[in-house]
Design a protein. Structure first.
Length: 123
């Protein structure tokens, strides 16, 4: 049986601000933005090339805004990713080298924390 992770809820305090950050600065694709009622809004965003999306919104999670850590994207060139994100106004850290890959880190406006990894191949 296949099991595919395809959606992760990311708790935010301001849906429009978070959507703008992820789409305009980080470069995610805006897939859906549906206001079901005054209490429920569902926004789905997908990183380019990813099979997994994130969900932002109102009434979709009880988690505290900014409480998510360890979200990770994988790229082929972390230096290029850092340059692109920095150029778009994302406050991204310097490249860090670890035995399992090269990383950069950033947070969204609420403090949800992300890692971007350049995987080491063949080693």
């Amino acid at each position: 049986m296949d099991m595919k992770l395809e959606l992760v809820a990311v708790p935010v305090s301001d849906v429009d601000r978070a959507k703008s950050f992820y789409v305009d600065r980080v470069g995610f694709n805006a897939d859906h933005d549906h206001r079901v009622s005054d209490d429920i809004r569902f926004v789905q965003l997908t990183p380019p090339g990813s099979a997994c999306s994130i969900a932002l919104g109102k009434g979709i999670t009880n988690a505290q805004p900014g409480s998510v850590e360890g979200l990770q994207l994988v790229v082929s060139d972390v230096d290029a990713a850092r340059a692109e994100l920095s150029g778009r106004g994302v406050d991204v850290g310097e490249v860090q080298d670890f035995p399992w890959g090269r990383f950069i880190f950033f947070a969204d406006p609420d403090g949800n924390r992300w890692a971007i990894q350049e995987m080491r191949r063949g080693g």
